[in-house]
Design a protein around this ligand. Structure first.
Ligand code: PLP
Length: 393
C-alpha cells in the first residue's frame, strides 16, 4: 500500500523536534537524571546542563545568563512578565498598554488583570497589522507601568517596530515586554537594541520539546514571582527545573540560531513564491498581514466566499496540514481577533488560511500546494451557497 502523503505546513503551531535535540535530551531521562539543586555529582551534572542551555539562549538574544528564567513555555512566560510586573509595580500605577492583536496568552492575562482593577489600553493596528509607535506614546499616562507589544504576530506574521516602541518606553520610564515566541530564531533579536525589559520565548516553535520556554528579565526589573517555593531560577520561578526539556531547548536554540541567516533567506524565497503564485492564479484572494515586513515563514491568505475550515479539511484530505488561525483557536469557529483588528468585516475574516514553513519544509512541498490549491478553492466555492450582497465572487 502506498504511504499517504503528509506535508506539514503549520510551524507556527508547533515544529517537529529535531533529531539532534532528542539525542541530546535522552541521557537526562536516564544516566544524568540528577536534580540541579543537589550538591552531589548527579546534581552538579544536571546543573551544568541547565547552565549550558541558559548560556546558549542568553547569547542568542544578547542577554546575561542570570537574566534568563526557564518556564513551562510561552504562555507562562507571558503570564509571569505581565502579572509579575503588574503586581510588583502596583504602587507606581495601574495602567497597562498592549495591542489588539496579541496572542491569547497576553490578551487573556490582561482580561484577568482588568477584573482585579488594572486598566488596559488596547492599541489598534493598521490594515497590515502594524502598531503605530505614536499611538503607544499617546496612550502613556502617569499611571502606566507596562507596555506589552508582540514582536511578530503568530497569525499574520507582521513584525512590529519593537526598537521604536522600546525607545518610547525607556524615555517614559515604563517597563516594556515583548512576546517573541514566533520570531525567536527566525529574526535577529538583541534585547539592548530592542530596549526591552522582558521577552518571552518558547522551545517547541523552533524544533525543541513542548512544555518549556523562557522569560528574559532585564537586571533590576521589578517583578513578582507567580510560583512560590524554592529559590530556583534566581528566585523568580520556583520548582525543580525541567532538565531534559531545558537541555532540548538549548540544543534547538543552538542549531536554529546558527541556521537562522540561511534559513530565513530560503524560507522567505519559498514564502514569496507561494504568495506570488496564489495571488496570480486564484481570483478573490488577498494576502493578510504586511506584504514585506513579515516573518520569513508566514503566509496568510483570505479567500472570498470560502470557509477557512472547509479549506483546511480538504487540504488535510490531500495530505497538507495548515491552519485557519492560531493553534489555540483552531477548534473555535468565531472569527480571528487578529483578522478582525485589520478589517472588521467578519465575512472576510472567515476565509483565512495560514501556511507556516519551517526547517523540514521542502521546495516540492510548496510546489504541491501551489498545484492543488486553485482546484481546492474552486471546488469549495462551487459547493458553498452564495449569499446575496456578501459573496462577491
Ligand atoms: N505567544 C505567541 C505569539 C504564540 O504564538 C504562542 C503559541 O502559539 C504562545 C505565546 C504560547 O506559547 P506556548 O505554546 O509555549 O505556551
Amino acid at each position: 500500500m502506498q504511504k499517504k502523503k503528509r506535508i506539514y505546513l503549520d510551524y507556527a503551531a508547533t515544529a517537529p523536534v529535531r533529531k539532534e535535540v532528542v539525542k541530546e535530551m535522552l541521557p537526562y531521562f536516564s544516566d544524568k537524571f540528577g536534580n540541579p539543586s543537589s550538591l552531589h555529582s548527579f546534581g552538579l551534572e544536571a546543573k551544568a546542563a541547565v547552565s549550558n542551555a541558559r548560556k546558549t539562549i542568553a547569547d542568542v538574544i544578547n542577554a546575561e545568563e542570570d537574566e534568563i528564567i526557564f518556564t513551562s513555555g510561552g504562555t507562562e512566560s507571558d503570564n509571569l512578565a505581565i502579572k509579575g510586573v503588574a503586581y510588583a509595580n502596583k504602587d507606581k500605577g495601574n495602567h497597562i498598554i498592549t495591542s489588539k492583536i496579541e496572542h491569547h496568552a497576553v490578551l487573556n492575562t490582561m482580561k484577568e488583570l482588568e477584573k482585579e482593577g488594572f486598566k488596559v489600553t488596547y492599541i489598534p493596528v493598521d490594515k497590515y497589522g502594524q502598531v503605530n509607535p505614536k499611538d503607544v506614546e499617546n496612550a502613556i499616562t502617569d499611571d502606566t507601568i507596562l507596555i506589552s507589544i508582540m514582536h511578530a504576530n503568530n497569525e499574520i506574521g507582521t513584525i512590529q517596530p519593537i526598537s521604536q516602541i522600546g525607545k518610547i518606553a525607556k524615555k517614559n520610564d515604563v517597563i516594556f515586554h515583548t512576546d517573541a515566541v514566533q520570531s525567536f530564531c527566525h529574526l535577529p533579536i538583541d534585547v539592548d537594541k530592542f530596549n526591552v525589559d522582558l521577552l518571552s520565548i518558547s522551545s517547541h516553535k523552533i524544533g525543541g520539546p513542548k512544555g518549556v520556554g523562557a522569560l528574559y528579565v532585564r537586571k533590576g526589573t521589578r517583578i513578582k514571582p507567580l510560583f512560590h517555593g524554592g529559590p530556583h531560577e534566581f528566585n523568580k520561578r520556583a520548582g525543580t527545573e525541567n532538565v531534559s526539556g531545558i537541555v532540548g531547548f538549548g540544543k534547538a536554540a543552538e542549531i536554529a540560531s546558527k541556521e537562522m541567516k540561511k534559513e530565513s533567506v530560503r524560507l522567505a524565497r519559498l514564502r514569496d513564491r507561494l504568495i506570488k503564485s496564489v495571488l496570480s492564479s486564484i481570483p478573490g484572494v488577498r494576502l493578510n498581514g504586511h506584504p514585506k515586513n513579515r516573518l520569513p515563514n508566514n503566509v496568510n491568505f483570505g479567500f472570498i466566499g470560502v470557509e477557512g475550515e472547509a479549506l483546511l479539511l480538504m487540504l488535510d484530505s490531500l495530505g497538507v496540514a495548515a491552519s485557519t488561525g492560531s493553534a489555540c483557536s483552531s477548534h473555535d469557529l468565531s472569527p480571528s481577533h487578529v483578522l478582525l483588528a485589520l478589517d472588521p468585516d467578519p465575512v472576510k475574516a472567515h476565509g483565512s488560511l495560514r501556511i507556516t514553513l519551517g526547517h523540514e519544509t521542502k521546495e516540492e512541498e510548496i510546489d504541491y500546494v501551489i498545484k492543488i490549491l486553485p482546484g481546492v478553492v474552486e471546488k469549495i466555492r462551487k459547493i458553498t451557497p452564495r449569499i446575496e450582497g456578501v459573496t462577491t465572487i
